[in-house]
Design a protein around this ligand. Sequence first.
Ligand code: SF4
Length: 404
Amino acid sequence: MQDASGHALVQFQQLGRDFRQKSGLLGARRSLRAVHDVNLSVLHGEVLGVVGESGCGKSTLGRMAVGLLTPSRGVVRIAGRSLYDKKEHKDHARFRRSLSGLVQMIFQDPYSSLNPRMRIGESVAEPLVCSGLVPGRTAGADPLAGGGETARSLDRGEITRRTLDMLAQVGLDADAAKRYPHEFSGGQRQRVAIARALITRPAFVVCDEPTSSLDASVQSQVLNLLRDMQEKLGLAYLFISHDLAVVRHMSDRVAVMYQGLVVEEGEAEALFTRPLHPYTQLLLESVPGFAGRAASAPAVAAKLAPLSLAPSRQHCPFAPRCSQRMPVCLESPPELHFVSEPQGAASENDAAPTVNRTMDSTGGLCPQSAPTAGPPEKTKQGRTEDTALAQQPGARRVRCRLFI
Ligand code: SF4
């Protein structure tokens, strides 16, 4: 759902982030590309899952989405306004100050995300103070459209009432407000972190691996709480996790990242039942029994073994590990392309469209091994608007030469 001005709630446009890294004895510096060329959007009330292996840039993307990390390139727009471009609006400083009332983040580690010296009540109420909703101060009418609470003054009684109300909503009693973080279990601390993130009634929340440090028995409770709060408050989530089952349970749409790039994006069910990109297929096969796919550890390990090809920005980033690599894959990196849902692939048991190719001794495509099954029906639209994609059931964007 778009807001009245026609914007998605959050937009990433050509977003990229590099880090400088020392390498070698002499400490020569080199640039590490953590996130590159990301174009995504999150609609109001939507959950966009982000999956990928460790180090693929998921958390970097999440931190840029909430203003914790400045991008090297590209734009992050919240409610139509650039998060990092100071020149775009005269009141950019006030926009940044009021951001905690519009976007929030739930971190992976509930132990380090809470100040051990602050009582739970103070920690939960703190974002209200930071967002300008403090006693005796009136920030004035907030022009932000499509989310967040209108800025106004709150008296201490109202702050206390809202803190206790939020604690109750996440399943903690009023007594918790007087206690310190070390008195709680990991699951209870994550509930506190959720209360702290949601007390300003934000429109957009980045959940960065919110359950990965919790016991399995507590994970489902926290996930159900996140889902309930999302539905109740109409929140939009950027839900980051390496756990495919969790992302499938939580997400409306999913983006798969590999080496800082989005390689496939689409509706969650379509993507998990009919993955198109070779990396997505491999990711799903690596989880035994996931989505009814037979997993064979030796087969996956063999596919993951790098071929004799060094990583390079000059070719497809997945080429060193891709079992369907073609000579053309080494000529230039592929762009994201819109791919429509393959004909007759509507049921869960239908296999993803595949191109049956064999590899020659160098890992390239044998010239005589023409594909026996063609790539799925495609359009020539190239990069499309995410909103258009969202309207096409089962459609997605894929960064792979098999679909170009
Ligand atoms: S572009 Fe080529 S190497 Fe890259 S994922 Fe597709 S088939 Fe594999």
